[in-house]
Design a protein around this ligand. Structure first.
Ligand SMILES: Nc1ncnc2c1ncn2[C@@H]1O[C@H](COP(=O)(O)OP(=O)(O)OP(=O)(O)O)[C@@H](O)[C@H]1O
Ligand SMILES: [Mg+2]
Length: 301
C-alpha cells in the first residue's frame, strides 16, 4: 500500500528525515512514534506530496506521492488545520465532497456516515467557529475519511481530545480497519498507539531506528523483579556489564531478560550463587519503556 525508498528531507539547517525506508501493507494500522521534532509530520507530508523530498521517493499503491489518482484514494488529517469557520460542518463536508468528486446522489449518505463515525451527528448545523478544539478535530477526521479512502494518514488525531474523545477516535480507527482501510498514524500518546496499532515505527532525529509488528516490541523483553537476600556480587556485576539495566534496592532486584525463556535461567543463577529468593515477578515491558529505551539509549544516531 505504501512504500518509501530512502526518503529524505533537508531544510536549510535541519535534516528532518534521513533515508527513511518503510513498507506498509494493506490493512495495517501503522503508528509512527518519536519525540517532538523527530520528523514525523515531515515524513507524512512527503508521503502525501505536500513537501518535496530532497531525495528518495514515496509510493502509494505503486504510484508516486502527489499523483492525482492516489489523492482520491488517500485521506489526510494534518497536525494543524483551520477550516472556513463561517461554514457549518455539513457545508464544509459538502464542499469537500465536491473536491473529492463524490457523485451528487451519494453525497448526503457519505456526509451522514462520516458525521456518525466521528460522533458529530446532530451537531452538523452549528457554525464551525463555535466548535471546541475536540469537535474541530473530529471534523478534520470526518473530512479525511469522507470519500472512503484506502489509505488514511492521521497526524496526531487525538491531540485536542479528552479521554472520551480519544476512545472515540480509537473506535473510528477500528471501524476503518474493519473496512480494510490502511492507516498511518503519528502520535506520541503511547497508550493510544498500544491499543490501536498493528505495526510500529520509531523515529529519532529523522532516522527510522526500528519498525515492525507491535508484538515484536511488546513481548520481547521481560522486566523481572526478585525479592532476594544474599545476592552474589559477581553475578550483579556481570549483569551490569551485559547491559541488563540492573537495579538493587532494599532486597528488590530489578533486571531485564531478553525473553521469557531467560527468566528461569536467571533465577537458577541467583540460587546457584547462594541467593535466597522470596518472590519473583516477571512482566512484559510496556510500550513507554520500550520507547524511552529506543529513543534515549540508541547510540546509532
Ligand atoms: N518548513 C520547515 N522549515 C525548516 N525546518 C523545518 C520545517 N518543517 C520542519 N522543520 C524541522 O524539521 C524537524 C522535524 O520537524 P517535524 O515537524 O517533522 O517533527 P515532528 O516529529 O512532527 O514533531 P512534533 O512531534 O513536534 O509534531 C524539526 O527540527 C523542525 O524544526
Ligand atoms: Mg508533528
Amino acid at each position: 500500500m505504501l512504500e518509501t525508498e530512502k526518503l529524505s528531507k533537508k531544510y536549510e539547517h535541519t535534516a528532518a528525515c534521513t533515508d527513511i525506508c518503510l513498507s506498509i501493507k494493506e490493512g495495517q494500522v501503522f503508528g509512527l512514534l518519536g519525540p517532538n521534532g523527530a520528523g514525523k509530520s515531515t515524513l507524512v507530508k512527503m508521503i502525501i506530496g505536500l513537501v518535496r523530498p530532497s531525495s528518495g521517493k514515496a509510493l502509494i499503491m505503486g504510484r508516486a506521492a502527489g499523483d492525482i489518482e492516489v489523492r482520491y484514494k488517500t485521506g489526510y488529517l494534518p497536525e494543524m488545520f483551520r477550516f472556513y469557520d463561517w461554514l457549518n460542518a455539513w457545508e464544509l463536508l459538502s464542499f469537500y465532497a465536491r473536491v473529492y468528486q463524490i457523485p451528487a446522489d451519494k453525497e448526503k449518505l457519505a456526509i451522514q456516515e462520516a458525521l456518525e463515525l466521528v460522533g458529530l451527528k446532530g451537531r452538523e448545523k452549528g457554525m464551525i467557529k463555535t466548535y471546541s478544539k475536540g469537535m474541530q478535530q473530529r471534523l478534520g477526521l470526518a473530512r479525511a475519511i469522507l470519500h472512503q479512502p484506502a489509505l488514511v494518514l492521521l497526524d496526531e488525531p487525538t491531540s485536542a481530545l479528552d479521554p472520551l474523545g480519544r476512545r472515540d477516535v480509537r473506535d473510528v480507527i477500528k471501524r476503518l480497519q474493519q473496512r480494510g482501510t490502511t492507516i498511518f498514524l503519528n502520535s506520541h500518546l503511547l497508550g493510544e498507539v498500544e491499543m490501536t496499532c498493528s505495526h510500529l515505527g520509531f523515529i529519532k532525529r529523522g532516522h527510522l531506528i526500528d519498525a515492525g509488528p507491535i508484538a515484536d516490541f511488546m513481548t520481547k523483553e521481560q522486566e523481572i523483579t526478585v525479592e532476594v537476600d544474599n545476592l552474589n556480587h559477581d553475578l550483579f556485576t556481570r549483569w551490569n556489564i551485559e547491559g541488563r539495566a540492573v537495579n538493587m534496592n532494599d532486597k528488590l532486584l530489578q533486571l531485564k531478560a531478553v525473553n521469557r525463556e531467560e527468566v528461569p535461567v536467571i533465577i537458577n543463577e541467583i540460587i546457584g550463587a547462594g541467593g535466597r529468593i522470596y518472590r519473583v515477578e516477571s512482566r512484559s515491558r510496556g510500550l513507554e519503556e520500550v520507547f524511552i529505551d529506543l529513543i534515549e539509549n540508541d547510540g546509532a544516531v
